[in-house]
Design a protein around this ligand. Sequence first.
Ligand SMILES: [Zn+2]
Ligand SMILES: [Zn+2]
Length: 152
Amino acid sequence: MASDRQLNCRDCGSTFVFTAGEQEFYASKGLQHDPVRCPSCRANRKAMRPEDRFEAPTYGTYVSWGGRTPRQLNVATCAQCHQTTEVPFLPRGDRPVFCSNCYNAVRERQEAEEEAAAQRLAAQLAGGAQSERPEGEGPAAEREEAPSGFGL
Ligand SMILES: [Zn+2]
Ligand SMILES: [Zn+2]
């Protein structure tokens, strides 16, 4: 039967409790050994992982990804400025790859275009719903879509 145990922290030497619940947790993970550090030292070590101790990288294209190094980098050529860039996904032949600068520009433009398209669509729907006379732009073709209940 598991019961709470007192352990000594290897880092700070203080005593901490390895509770029955934690022991069960360890056992369920297949861990045979006791924890060697008290919870606060464990947290400290976590906060000091080597990769976190370095400043955000200030070199190359990593900077353009907000200083974060994507896990998986694939080298690609930006479809717009033709600079070599690294992207956090595997480029496939069917869509262009942009460096982050160009990607931001492209995305802004796409968003603007999508918004414009949505507004056009909304305007069309609004116009259609009111079933008013088209303003000269769309002659006769509009009639194909005769609103129901148009006749008697
Ligand atoms: Zn400790
Ligand atoms: Zn580019």
